[in-house]
Write a protein that binds this ligand. Sequence first.
Ligand code: ADP
Length: 356
Amino acid sequence: MSLLTTWFSNKETKEKTARPILSEILKTMREGVIVVGEDTRIVASNGAAYNAFSRNNGVLEEKRLSEVVRDLSLHEAFRKALEEGKSSDIELEIPGIEKLKYDVHIAPIEFDKSKGAIGVFYDITQIERLERVRQEFLSNISHELRTPLTSILAFVETLEDGAIKDEENNQRFLKVIRKNAQRMHRLIDDILELSIIESGKITLELKRINLNAFIEEVFTNLSSKAKERRIKLKNEVSHDAFVFADAVRLEQMLTNLIDNAVKFNAEKGTVIVGFEEKNEKNIISISDTGEGISSEHLQRIFERFYRTDRARSREIGGTGLGLAIVKHLARIHGGEVSVASALGKGSTFSIELPKG
Ligand code: ADP
C-alpha cells in the first residue's frame, strides 16, 4: 500500500491532508488538467494547463472551455463525459508558430453532488517531432543504401549473363561494383559515427594543440586529392597559435571541412586555413574559391543527408553526413560551426572553440 493510500485510510488525516496534497500534486504535474462543470465552464485547472492554454488571457477558471480551446473533437469528448458519462481519448492539435500536439484523456467526474468532466492533457509535441525525424532518417538511409546496391546487383547480373568473359569490359564492371560497395561502406561508417557522437557516449581528451603543425598534417593526408584537382592548400595559421581540443576529433572536423573545400572548389582553386582569437573564442576558418552556396541551402547544409546537388555529391564520394558530424563534434567541444558564402566566389566554414 502506498504512503498516500495509508494516509487517506485514516479518516481524520484524510480530511486535513488530502486537499493540500492533491493541490500540490496538481501543481507539480507536467500534464495539464482542466475540470469543467455541467455548463462547460472551467471550475479548476493546474499550472501546466494555464501555461498551455491561457495565452495571456488570465486565469482559466470561470471561462467556457470553448473560449480557451477551439477544437470540435475536444468539445465533443467533454460533452460525452458530461451528458453520457463516458470517457474518451483524443489527439488535440493547437495551431501556432510551433504546432503543439496533445494526447487528451477526458472522463466524467462528480463533485459537490454535481456532474463535471476532467481532461488530462499530455504534451506529445516532442515525441511526434522525434518520430518524424526518425522516420525521415530511416527513409534517407534506405534510399542512400539502395542506390549503390541496385547498381551492384545490376553489374553482377551483367557479369553472370556472360560479360565475365568479355575481356574488354569485365574489369571496368568490377571497378563499378567495388566503387559502389565502398560507398556503402563509407555510408555505414558515417552513420555509426554519427550515432555514437549523438548518443553522447564519446569522451573528449582535451589538450593544447599547436594549430599550424596540426593543419600541416591534415594537408599531407589530403594532398593527393588536392593534387588531382590542382588545388593549392594554404596554411595561414601563425606558428604560435594554439587551440584547446581533442586531437582525434579536431582532425575529423578539419579533414571533413578541408576535404569539402577541395571537392567543391573550382579546378586549380585555393583552400586557405586561417585562425583568429575573438571574444574569448578561438576561430579556425577554412575558405575555398568554389562555386559557393546559395542562401536557401546555406541554412540546411548541416542537416543529415542534406546536399545542394545529391547526384554530384554521390559521384564525388560524399555521404551527406560530413557536416552533421562536424556540427556535433564542435558542439561537444562547447563550440559551434558556421558558414558564410557568396555565390560564384566561394565559402568560408568557421569552427569556433572555447579558449579552454
Ligand atoms: P557530402 O558528403 O555531400 O560532402 P557534407 O555533409 O560534407 O556531405 O556536405 C553537405 C553538402 O553541403 C554538400 O553535398 C554540398 O552540397 C555542400 N557543401 C559542403 N561544403 C561545401 C563547400 N565548401 N562549397 C560548396 N558546397 C559545400
